[in-house]
Design a protein around this ligand. Structure first.
Ligand code: HEC
Length: 509
């Protein structure tokens, strides 16, 4: 009886929400936040989702992609572990979009539609980079059955040492850049290598990567005493290890990488990136599923772990990683139940993970070398071994990590990388007082705007406040802090005519 009553209540409340969903009222914001960073005129997706006119003709394929879970693309199991900047719709967001489509996808009051985000013609970050490097124009030599792995060593021409706060890789040709790994070569001697098509970069100095759809890499910083990054010495080269897939022969690319630096005086803690888990010994017999494992004990060291990046090729079907501590506790890193070669990336955890002394890191993967695997490049299947071509296999799990310091495990990576982005933003907002106990005022440099939106989030990314103003000349907007809000850190996001600013707010009473 009780279950039935709950069900009736749920159906009733869903019906109520259904009647209210419109593009302008709530759907536009969900699409901006979850779809538009790929679905814009300069993004990797094949069509834009920025306006009602863009979205309306696509509602049925949107419905299909949301129901099947194919969009937004995201491969890690978020029930196993949570990550910063997850591309995942909440249940409420899914229900809102699907109900909106099922009720005829009305536009609502167009004058109330929040301003769409604006994307630069080159990448996501609109502020001028401190350094921009471009690899030479290259014509892919990938053959019908072999990929092209080539390395471009580009001199930074830096005359003083710098500290990297973030970087963004911008493919010259979105259609053929399958991934790019970014290395610092401190010797300045690492050669460009485009001869054999099997270059995967130097053995040291990896700082991150690019795969289609991955956001720019911004390392965590609180703007004062907690700054993570990588040092780059004067005279260093940046090495881009590029992967062009089969079928790209003759197509041309010239990828750009942009860097933003910390101020020279800012002390940083140096990050490392390595495949702490790897296995180069396995054999995958034809017509079989095979499990592959690897493990590593970290010895008498304590580490803080920021990210995990599992890597397999086309036969991979599952991959996971976790650590077991000396006290027999399990530290989960990642579980990918359906491996997808197209959507692999560095996954930054929500919070930094402390790895105690003598922990053992485990990695486990499954490869499906049968003809049931629709990505199997061989028909009929053949025996496959580790190697560099996409038709060979790999079992690697990279991590961003550094020596542990007390308090690291309390650091919220999403919030701290969001703060990192704040300094990269084109509009200037002064939020005061901060810390605050009653009201926060946001004052803006510019007086006139067409539309403005202020949102306040908690550290889990949950929106607490959403204010919209249209065509006014208010120079200041105010957030009245709710009386029952707990003390702690929050952050704000301001969107003025599509330009963004973000920052922290501390509530202390
Ligand atoms: C990380 C980038 C990215 C994000 C975020 C993203 N898409 Fe896509 N989308 C793509 C790409 C790339 C394609 C082209 C097909 C492919 O490669 O899978 C695509 C294709 C589609 C298609 C065509 C049919 C299909 O399933 O392939 C639909 C519909 C779609 N996206 C809807 C959405 C919606 C709705 C959202 C937000 C809820 C979204 N996408 C978020 C990258 C993205």
């Amino acid at each position: 009886m009780r279950k039935g009553a709950v069900l009736i209540f749920m159906i009733f409340s869903v019906t109520l929400t259904m009647a209210q969903n419109t593009w302008s009222k709530n759907v536009a914001q969900i699409v901006y936040d979850n779809c538009s960073n790929c679905h814009n005129p300069n993004g990797i997706a094949p069509f834009s989702l920025l306006s009602y006119a863009d979205v309306k003709p696509n509602v049925f394929s949107i419905k299909g992609s949301i129901e099947s879970g194919s969009m937004p693309p995201w491969i890690a199991d978020t029930k196993y572990e949570r990550y910063a900047h997850e591309r995942v719709l909440t249940t409420e967001e899914k229900v809102a979009i699907l109900d909106w489509i099922d009720t005829g996808s009305p536009e609502g009051d167009a004058s109330k539609t929040p301003p769409p985000p604006v994307y630069g013609t080159k990448g996501f970050i609109t502020q001028k980079p401190d350094l921009e490097l471009k690899m030479p124009v290259y014509s892919s030599k990938a053959t019908a059955n072999g990929d092209d792995y080539v390395c471009f060593s580009v001199p930074t021409e830096l005359t003083t040492d710098k500290k990297i706060r973030g970087f963004e890789v911008i493919p010259g040709n979105h259609a053929i850049v399958h991934h790019a790994l970014v290395y610092i070569d401190g010797t300045g001697n690492y050669p460009t290598d485009t001869t054999a098509g099997v270059c995967t970069g130097p053995t040291k100095g990896l700082i991150g990567g690019y795969v289609p759809g991955s956001p720019p890499t911004v390392f965590p910083t609180n703007g004062t005493d907690f700054n993570l990054g990588f040092s780059v010495k004067a005279g260093s080269n940046i090495v881009l290890a590029m992967h062009y897939p089969e079928g790209s022969f003759g197509m041309v690319d010239s990828t750009i990488i942009r860097f933003w630096f910390y101020d020279d005086a800012t002390p940083i803690r140096e990050l490392s990136t390595d495949p702490l888990i790897e296995n180069w010994q396995f054999v995958l017999p034809a017509n079989k599923e095979t499990n592959v494992n690897a493990q590593r004990n970290i010895g008498n060291n304590e580490y803080s772990i920021l990210s995990v990046f599992p890597h397999m090729h086309l036969l991979g079907s599952r991959i996971g990683s976790y650590a077991i501590t000396n006290a027999n506790d399990t530290i989960p890193f990642v579980n990918i139940p359906h491996w997808d070669f197209e959507w692999q990336e560095f996954l930054f955890f929500n919070k930094i993970k402390k790895l105690p002394k003598f922990s053992t890191i485990h990695g486990h993967g499954t490869y499906d070398n049968t003809s049931k695997n629709m990505h199997n490049p061989n028909n009929p299947p053949v025996v496959v071994r580790p190697g560099l071509n996409t038709t060979d296999e790999m079992f690697l799990i990279y991590f961003h990590y550094l020596p542990y310091q007390a308090g690291d495990e309390d650091r919220d990576i999403e919030a701290l990388t969001t703060l990192g982005v704040k300094n990269l933003n084109p509009i200037h907002v002064n939020a005061y007082p901060n810390p605050a106990n009653n009201k926060v005022y946001f004052s803006l440099d510019e007086l006139v705007y067409q539309s403005l939106q202020l949102r306040i989030y908690d550290m889990n990314g949950k929106a607490l406040f959403d204010l919209r103003k249209l065509k006014t000349d208010t120079k200041e907007v105010v957030w009245d802090i709710p009386k029952n809000l707990t003390n702690g850190q929050y952050y704000y996001s301001i969107n003025m005519d599509g330009k963004m600013a973000r920052g922290p707010i501390n509530v202390i009473r």
